[in-house]
Design a protein around this ligand. Structure first.
Ligand SMILES: [Cu+2]
Length: 250
């Protein structure tokens, strides 16, 4: 069918034939991309990826601005249905390398608190409000907010992990330095899903990841930025993550 139509056009309108063929190729690529997105959406649900908005209160319009309630029993410990030690407390927060985020810390109980970000794996026993925080630290406090007592404070931060070292996701710890045992959660860091840096995750970003699909570092279509989870290959997980944040301001 295609060849007869292609042949007919070539006999009569040689110039337009090329356009027809190109349109068909474009439609095929678009359809393929939609299939990939459909699969990605299914996998996203199955892998249980969570947007930051799912673990913060109130729900934010952007994953880059979130609020935590400081409570000695655990971050967000007074959220309805949440007591210390349940999954809703001390939430794991997803952020992105090279994309500044802003944490708003609300005071929620009796005591003085702060919000501090430490390097991954830092021992709770070493957390102390007298520690000197610097983003140059390789093992210790990277940044800390002012204390909160009957007040609200904020902390802005720009993650520098994961490195392009194929060791997986980046991670930081966050603590209240006054109550580090109970008020302790983690950040999970991916690479920026807004690859085109347009301010919003869009079809160009998803297509960019899809273009490197199945690539490894030795592949001709390898793109380290598309390996969002930093595992040394661009696969459905990377596409799924990008699709998951589709339309989000990043
Ligand atoms: Cu505290």
């Amino acid at each position: 069918m295609q060849s007869s139509r292609e042949g007919f056009v070539r006999r009569t309108f040689r110039g337009k034939a090329l356009i027809l063929i190109r349109c068909e190729e474009y439609s095929l690529k678009t359809a393929s991309l939609l299939v990939v997105l459909l699969i990605a959406g299914t996998l996203t649900a199955n892998f249980g990826l969570q947007k930051v908005g799912a673990v913060i209160r109130p729900a934010a319009s952007s994953p880059l601005a979130f609020t935590l309630l400081a409570n000695i029993e655990g971050w967000n410990a007074t959220v309805s249905g949440c007591t210390s030690g349940t999954p809703n407390c001390d939430p794991t927060i997803t952020q992105f390398r090279g994309v500044p985020f802003a944490a708003t810390i609300k005071w929620g109980d009796c005591c003085t608190h702060d919000f501090a970000i430490y390097t991954a794996g830092f021992a709770t026993t070493g957390v102390d409000p007298t520690n000197v925080c610097s983003t140059a630290n390789t093992n210790g406090c990277l940044a800390a907010s002012n204390t909160v007592f009957q007040s609200t404070t904020t902390l802005s931060f720009n993650a520098t992990v994961p490195k392009d070292d194929f060791t997986g996701l980046g991670s930081y710890e966050y603590f209240c330095q006054f109550h580090p045992t109970s008020m302790h959660g983690k950040f999970t860091l991916y690479k920026n899903p807004d690859l085109a840096k347009a301010g919003t995750v869009n079809i160009v970003d998803v297509a960019t990841v899809a273009f490197s699909f199945a690539a490894t570092p030795t592949s001709s279509n390898w793109n380290a930025a598309a390996d969002l989870n930093n595992d040394g290959k661009v696969d459905i997980l990377d596409v799924a993550l990008d699709a998951f944040y589709f339309g989000q301001p990043i």
